[in-house]
Design a protein. Structure first.
Length: 123
């Protein structure tokens, strides 16, 4: 099994404008180790809920920035020369073109905001 087969990344938008999104309920429904749910579009961006444990592969996005906001747990973002630790209610932007990898030592939930043109697994 290659790395990308380990991830469940649902690209279909689940909610339209004027719909309530119950984040805690969605988190509780997640049963996989690495799950991404595309919640909604805002202008030219997509908001995704990620519930993860483990690590993602090294990758970069040539044309898009990526913003991570931790809801619960601990998110580690490896950059080539630096380690970022995000605790609940902390956010961080990885600029386009920067090689990175995300890791969660325990079950972690977060929001990811990125352009709707992004390929979540990297370019």
């Amino acid at each position: 099994m290659n790395d990308q087969d380990k991830y469940s990344i649902d690209l279909e938008i689940k909610y339209q404008p004027l719909e309530i999104i119950d984040i805690p309920k969605l988190i509780n429904k997640c049963t996989k180790k690495w799950q991404n749910i595309s919640l909604c579009n805002v202008n030219n961006s997509v908001i995704r809920l990620a519930v993860i444990e483990g690590e993602f592969h090294w990758h970069k996005h040539e044309k898009e920035d990526e913003f991570f906001f931790v809801i619960e747990g601990l998110l580690l973002i490896d950059l080539e020369e630096k380690l970022i630790e995000l605790k609940p209610k902390q956010g961080f932007t990885v600029p386009k073109g920067v090689m990175h990898r995300t890791r969660a030592p325990t079950r972690t939930s977060l929001l990811v905001i990125e352009q709707d043109t992004i390929r979540p697994t990297g370019d």
